[in-house]
Design a protein around this ligand. Structure first.
Ligand code: EPU
Length: 344
């Protein structure tokens, strides 16, 4: 197999522990490292490839391995970042799918191109960002998205996706709904020249105020977001985790009214479509889980929405605590929590 991919590395029976931020031990029958879009097309055109089960791996920050993977893991390491266009209103900046997301954000800021600062310090790669439409502190990636390049993994057709083709939603996209159908090779972002800071998220406004900054630059907002994240969220380099473990559930107005009457402190965010988004972290904390462990997996003491690996956890351990939390939140509030990471 290795002969047909000049710039790729192919590993048999590969250890996946280093490639998932939860630090779960698992092995893959094959791991292929892809360094160019041409590598991806060549692989996708290989005879017999269509029948292979496969998994696309970026930074591994949104994955829970529940066992060994019998197929081929595609590790995307496509590098590169550049300005591809500029007009009166925006810079269009492109990055290879394998670039580290946070390094890319800081690089755009250093170039004087604002727009991604609220998404600072999110773990993972540029190519993974559109898959679940990463979002934080009042901004979703979709708001800065221009287009992306992808290769269809059966057949090898290269395709450009504009925003409308991606069907972005809250932590959702066409790529999340069709896992491993396309492999993202590069993403372009539209960064506004008439920039205004996004400080509508209370934590960000508070942090800037505490620092005495009334008119923040993009760099200031980035620094504020980094400070908040460091305070609230565990660093995957120190303690295994996959960020928010559940999505914030969206309920209908009647359900929200019932819950709000029973729980006056319930945080709630009305949505454009009439639904109301609830804070999963609050529900989990109220259900008594914050800071509690079940086996080697814990519900993080500073943010109940995050599950952490206390050491030696398996995917089954993660599933066990996740189901226990779901059951308690269901029993107490009648609300269904949906995991955010992908179980493999
Ligand atoms: N809350 C609690 N207890 C907790 C955690 C939160 O009561 O243990 C309450 C907070 O007091 C607040 C509300 O819940 O009233 C929301 O909390 P927070 O601002 O911390 O944000 P979140 O809704 O818990 C979401 C994203 C995060 C993102 C932050 C900031 C999801 C699933 N999570 O968390 O994204 O960083 O907002 O924008 O949407 C991720 O997706 O991996 C992630 C970390």
């Amino acid at each position: 197999m290795s002969e047909s991919f000049a710039s790729t590395a192919v590993l048999a029976d590969a250890e996946l522990g280093p490639f998932n931020t939860f630090g779960l031990a698992a092995r893959a029958a094959r791991l292929v490292v892809l360094r160019t879009a041409a590598d991806v097309r060549r692989l996708a055109m290989t005879p017999g490839w269509a029948r292979t089960s496969r998994l696309v791996l970026g930074g591994g920050s949104n994955l829970i391995f529940t066992g060994d993977f019998a197929g081929t893991v595609l590790k995307v390491e496509i590098a590169g970042r550049r300005l591809v266009a500029e007009d009166d209103v925006a810079w269009v900046v492109e990055a290879g799918a394998g670039e580290n997301w946070h390094d890319f954000v800081r690089w755009t800021l250093a170039q004087g191109w604002p727009g991604l600062e609220n998404l600072s310090l999110i773990p993972g790669t540029v190519g993974a960002a559109p898959i679940q439409n990463i979002g934080a502190y009042g901004l979703e990636m979709a708001e800065r998205f221009e287009s992306l390049d992808a290769v269809e993994l059966e057949g090898g057709e290269a395709r450009v996706f504009r925003a409308a083709d991606c069907a972005f939603g809250y932590r959702d996209s066409v790529f999340k709904r069709h896992p491993a159908r396309w492999l993202v090779t590069a993403v372009r972002f539209r960064l506004p020249k008439r920039w205004a800071p996004v400080t509508r998220y209370a934590d960000v406004a508070r942090e800037l105020e505490a620092q005495g900054i009334a008119q923040p630059t993009a760099q200031d907002v980035s620094d504020a977001v980094i400070a908040i994240r460091r305070r609230k969220l565990p660093d995957p380099a120190e303690i295994g985790n996959a960020g928010s473990f559940f999505k914030n559930p969206v309920v209908d107005a009647a359900t929200h009214a019932r819950l709000a009457a029973a729980h006056p402190m319930l945080p709630a965010y009305p949505q454009a479509d009439g639904g109301v988004k609830l804070a999963a972290g609050w529900l989990i904390e109220q259900a008594g889980w914050k800071g509690r462990d079940l086996g080697p997996v814990g519900c993080f003491e500073r943010q109940a929405l995050v599950l952490v690996n206390r050491g030696g956890a398996t995917g089954a351990d993660v599933r066990r605590i996740a189901q226990a939390i779901q059951a308690d939140v269901r029993a107490r509030f009648g609300v269904e929590l949906e995991p955010e990471p992908v179980f493999v």
